[in-house]
Design a binder for this molecule. Structure first.
Ligand code: ARG
Length: 286
């Protein structure tokens, strides 16, 4: 009888140890907050951690309010707020350069990236894509003073010109494809392209069509030469690879946002705000 009891006790101890072990594995070493059920398997339960690159009006940028303070604006920002509300989670937005958004998603250190991302098949190994929430094309741009140099896209392929594109973007691929003979300049921020065009350092640049239109409001000297063909139309949200619950939730929220008319309002508001006072960098140094 004593032996049986000892055996039972041993079994119970082994079982409870195993349960402890399992618990640790489940939580992957993270603090567990039993109050919040982690429905969407976010990095931090109850919080959506999102990377963005606010150099891209009307998608995301810093608008300067009447109080002189810069605040995140743009239809991507409005959309991600809507999504967080819809999923009933808190929102933490982390601004960084665009190549950083791709990197953080690939590393799995954020839940989402929203930055006018094109769902390029080359990125499919490092992130999942939401449904398309916005349709927009690509543009080759210059300044009015140089408009005569560019009659069509073929004229953008010239060894005597310098052409800018943002690091890590599909526009960089387009520059390599359509301006292979030109001096291609890699810039970390899309706003650097605009600034260097305006100051005369660059002759041309590749950006999303609506970005070109938005910055024209602040820089009327910008000139759109032509549309640039690119097969993957539209923009999607980057979702950390393999988080199916979050992907499904995000897609449901996007559909609701488009369906109830909020998204068209966000686009209209962003275009209006982008034509006002905007700040063109990242605020980390400030
Ligand atoms: N759509 C392009 C891409 O996915 C450019 C996006 C750049 N976004 C930004 N916020 N600067 O490569």
């Amino acid at each position: 009888m004593k032996k049986l009891f000892a055996l039972l006790l041993a079994v119970v101890m082994v079982l409870s140890l195993a349960a402890c072990g399992e618990k640790k594995d489940d939580t992957t070493g993270k603090e567990e907050n039993p109050a919040v059920e982690n429905t969407y398997n976010t990095k931090t339960p109850g919080v959506l951690t999102v990377a963005t690159s606010p150099d891209y009006a009307p998608y995301e940028f810093y608008a300067i309010g009447e109080d002189g303070k810069a605040e995140l604006a743009g239809f991507d920002i409005a959309l991600i707020k809507y999504i967080a509300d819809y999923l009933d989670v808190e929102l933490e937005i982390i601004p960084m350069d665009f190549d950083g958004v791709l990197l953080e998603l690939a590393n799995g250190s954020v839940d989402l990236g929203i930055a006018g991302i094109s769902p390029d098949p080359d990125r499919a190994n490092s992130m999942d894509f939401s449904d398309i929430y916005y349709e927009g094309g690509q543009a080759f741009i210059t300044v009015k003073d140089k408009a005569d140099m560019f009659t069509d896209l073929a004229s953008a392929n010239n060894p005597d010109i310098s052409v800018g594109a943002q690091n890590g973007t599909i526009q960089m691929d387009l520059a390599q494809q359509y301006s292979a003979d030109a001096d291609i300049v890699t810039l970390t921020k899309a706003t650097d392209i605009i600034a260097e065009l305006v100051s005369g350092k660059l002759d041309g640049g590749y950006v999303e069509w609506d970005v070109a239109v938005a910055y024209q409001a602040n820089y009327p000297e910008l000139h759109i030469v032509c549309e640039v063909p690119y097969e993957v139309e539209g923009n999607a949200i980057g979702v950390v690879k393999g988080n199916e619950a979050l992907l499904a939730g995000v897609n449901e929220a996007i559909a609701a946002c488009i369906e109830d008319g909020s998204f068209s309002q966000f686009v209209a508001d962003a275009l209006e705000q982008a034509s006002g006072n905007i700040y063109e960098g990242l605020l980390e140094e400030k």
